[in-house]
Ligand binder design. Structure first.
Ligand code: ADP
Length: 239
């Protein structure tokens, strides 16, 4: 369970997130959608505990900067940052030790198999392509069996096999009750995944829909997205 209450983040005087409040339940997948610069990454970094902010963020009932929260949180950043001098296999071991995981070897092997990293186990972080670095980043986040997992633009840069595998894993995690948050500037790329979507623009959530609402009303989400992000008509119908 993730709860964000009155999150405001300023970079000096610039307001990148303005009073965001939302929650994502266990087993629910939420999408933060919006064009570049809308404030998605900033919100995700605040949730991940990487930035100072005003407001409150709770992961499974724990303040996000506490150890109890961090233990339960997986984060896949937009730009992967593997350790240059650790191999793929050592990244998994490092995470396992840092989080005090037990019996993690089989999980690590399975994740590496699913993301086609098995034959790269001995390659150094700095020797990997951007896509492979992204796959390690995903494997590290998933190895801890997070209760809440954040993906910042996860599909950009992945090959089709990895996209298929990631989507399958997201569905498995959802079935196990994991709270999933995905940011994207391409709504159609996550069409088959979301339960809830927040459309962001200029640091604010301008619209919020559940899949049930959209299915019941037949609303065209793409049109709503463009009406908000390209400023044709706002939610209230004013330009
Ligand atoms: P998105 O993820 O939706 O593309 P970001 O959260 O990265 O948006 O950025 C939101 C706004 O905050 C943008 O205008 C961006 O230029 C600004 N911004 C992001 N990071 C910084 C930073 N470290 N310092 C100053 N401004 C920033």
């Amino acid at each position: 369970m993730l709860t964000v209450s009155h999150l405001t983040k300023k970079y000096h005087r610039f307001v990148a997130n303005e009073n965001l409040s939302f929650s994502v339940a266990d087993g629910e997948t939420a999408v933060l959608a919006g064009p570049n610069g809308a404030g998605k990454s900033t919100a995700i970094k605040c949730i991940a505990g990487l930035l100072r902010f005003e407001g409150e963020i709770e992961i499974c009932g724990f303040r996000n900067k506490t150890i109890d929260a961090k233990r339960r949180l997986g984060y896949v950043p937009e730009i992967p940052a593997p350790y240059d001098l650790l191999t793929v296999g050592e990244h998994m071991e490092f995470i396992a030790r840092a989080y005090g995981l037990e019996h993690w070897e089989e999980d690590a092997k399975e994740l590496m198999r699913r993301f086609e990293l098995t034959d790269k186990a001995n390659r150094l972080g700095k020797e990997l392509s951007k896509g492979m670095q992204q796959k390690i980043s995903i494997c590290c986040a998933l190895l801890i069996h997070p209760k809440v997992v954040l993906f910042d633009e996860p599909l950009v840069g992945l090959d089709p096999h990895a996209i298929k595998e990631l989507k399958a894993i997201l569905n498995e995690m959802k079935a196990q009750g994991t709270t999933i948050v995905i940011s994207t500037h391409m709504l159609e790329s996550v069409e088959d995944l979301w339960d809830k979507v927040f459309i962001m623009m200029n640091g604010r959530i301008e619209a919020e829909r559940t899949r049930k609402q959209v299915e019941a009303t037949g609303e065209n989400l793409q049109e709503l997205f463009f009406s908000i992000t390209e400023g044709e008509v706002s939610e209230e119908g004013t330009s």
